[in-house]
Design a protein around this ligand. Structure first.
Ligand code: SF4
Ligand code: SF4
Length: 100
């Protein structure tokens, strides 16, 4: 039996619906697909809370910066030099949390 005080599970889609993104024209994170081909961990795929890294059949990684939370986790967990280039979005752009 679930205690009355237990948090109500929230789906990934519902969580994402509480966040707005002011998308910049230039990507603040880029991923070098060639560097990723030799990666055995694919740590970014499981670590990114926004599910922005998608493994491809050819060994590369498909990445989209537009819904990035700017948490920096991908940069921290990736141990392949040069695979990820990371910076914050230019001023006035990026993630904007709002209350649901
Ligand atoms: S970004 Fe880093 S952790 Fe992710 S697949 Fe490429 S080399 Fe591996
Ligand atoms: S900074 Fe965070 S949300 Fe953005 S791509 Fe990296 S892990 Fe995902």
């Amino acid at each position: 039996m679930i205690p009355a005080s237990a948090p109500v599970p929230v789906s990934f889609e519902d969580r994402m619906a509480t966040v707005d993104f002011r998308v910049a024209a230039d990507a603040h994170i880029t991923v070098d697909g060639d560097a990723c081909r030799g990666c055995s961990t694919r740590a970014c795929v499981t670590a990114c809370p926004a599910n922005l890294f998608v493994p491809m059949a050819d060994g590369g990684i498909l990445f989209n910066y537009e819904q990035c939370f700017e948490c920096g986790t991908c940069y921290l967990v990736c141990d392949t030099a040069g695979a990820i280039t990371w910076r914050y979005p230019e001023g006035g752009h990026g993630v904007a949390f709002r209350r649901s």
